[in-house]
Design a protein around this ligand. Structure first.
Ligand code: GN1
Ligand code: MG
Length: 358
């Protein structure tokens, strides 16, 4: 992407000030992200090329983000810092389409920090507050949201994709991963049984963030306090349990998501407790009895789903996740499976902690 192209795109948005620099930010698996710096006192911006393979409905996604952030803005003390602000294009749309690519802009919130790893219980607690508050602020949100990624955390749909990819075996990898496939198959019924409770309405649905790792929580640099949840691309209607579970998957891992040394990977029960405390401090009052009952299981559910998704992408020839080396998705699969096993071993303790907190 040349600087000239980026500048041309940025200038199609209703931004203030003269653009003086556009620099790449971070290494998301999905989108390409840039910081747009403007001259003088004008605000800076985040420019993103949205991955339209992952997000086939970028207009619907931006509508979701706009609706949810407007709802939050009406309730918080500092609406420009306590949620994202979508900057429309000059033609009023919430995105710019340039050839194949969709672009979107939001305000850069200054004097903030994010963390790549939750390396203390205090940070895990604050992350729990972040997602708990996000959901609590949206508990009375009633508009329908667009389903921007079909069946995102719906394991029934994931198994349909899984069965199709295994049947097709497009790059001939099925035979080399029969052990890993068996890990997934051994848990198929149990995971589908959980999802049936969401389908029947026994477990209710609400606005969910759907990507609740620590790096998607913004902190105020001066006070160190949690400011808001960011990266709202996957905001949809689902069970709040998925948000909790995905956070547990990422926060409690003592190793890396793609750790090659499996002995590094365990679920830290202290981090589990800290996140659950933070989350429930905000969400306790709005949760239903069945949400509380299944909260601990959600960690296992989402970690299982991630094992399935990484392995499925490996079998599919690495089409979805960006990879840094040949068997990266397989390494991720094994590391996430180690984490899942650790959760399974500690499940009684997880349940006891939730029980003591709700
Ligand atoms: C993707 O791009 P990133 O890191 O925000 C993925 C998540 C996975 C995660 C695994 C839209 O998120 O569901 O849990 O990678 N997002 C999408 O690291 O598929
Ligand atoms: Mg994301």
């Amino acid at each position: 992407m040349t600087n000239e192209t980026l500048l041309n795109i940025a200038e199609q948005f209703a931004i203030e000030g003269e653009v003086v620099a556009i620099e790449a930010l971070g290494e998301g698996f999905i989108n390409d992200t840039y910081v747009v710096t403007t001259a003088g006192d004008a605000p800076n911006y985040i420019l993103q090329r949205k991955n339209h393979v992952v997000f086939p409905d970028v207009p619907g996604m931006m509508q979701n983000i706009k609706a949810v952030t407007e709802h939050i803005k009406a309730k918080v003390a500092d609406p420009m810092r306590e949620t994202l602000t979508v900057i429309p294009a000059k033609d009023g749309k919430l995105y710019v389409k340039d050839g194949e690519n969709y672009w979107a802009v939001c305000l850069y919130i200054p004097d903030t920090v994010t963390y790549d790893r939750a390396d203390s219980c205090e940070l895990a607690y604050q992350g729990g507050v972040g997602i708990g508050r996000f959901q609590a602020l949206l508990a009375d949100f009633t508009e329908p949201l667009n389903e921007t990624i079909k069946g995102f955390h719906n394991i029934r749909w994931r198994f349909e994709q899984w069965d199709a990819v295994i049947a097709a075996d497009p790059v001939g990898r099925v035979k080399e991963v029969s052990d890993e496939i068996a890990w997934v198959e051994a848990r198929r019924e149990e995971m589908l049984a959980f999802w049936s409770k969401v389908e029947s309405g026994e477990i209710s649905t609400r606005v969910t963030h759907n990507d609740t790792k620590i790096s998607n929580i913004l902190f105020d640099k001066a006070s160190g306090k949690m400011l808001c949840a960011i990266d709202l691309d996957t905001v949809m209607s689902s069970t709040s349990l998925n948000d909790f579970g995905d956070a547990i998957r990422s926060y409690t891992n003592t190793g890396a998501e793609d750790d090659k040394s499996l002995e590094n990977v365990e679920m830290s029960i202290d981090m589990f407790r800290a996140y659950a405390e933070g989350y429930l401090s905000e969400q306790r009052a709005t949760m239903t009895a069945s949400e509380k009952e299944w909260l601990a299981f959600a960690g296992r559910y989402i970690t299982f789903e991630q094992v399935l998704r990484f392995l499925m992408d490996y079998i599919d020839g690495d089409k979805y996740y960006k990879t840094a080396y040949a068997d990266h998705n397989l390494v991720r699969t094994r590391a996430q499976y180690k984490l899942l096993q650790s959760m399974e071993r500690q499940y009684e303790d997880m349940c006891a902690i939730v029980k003591s907190l709700v």
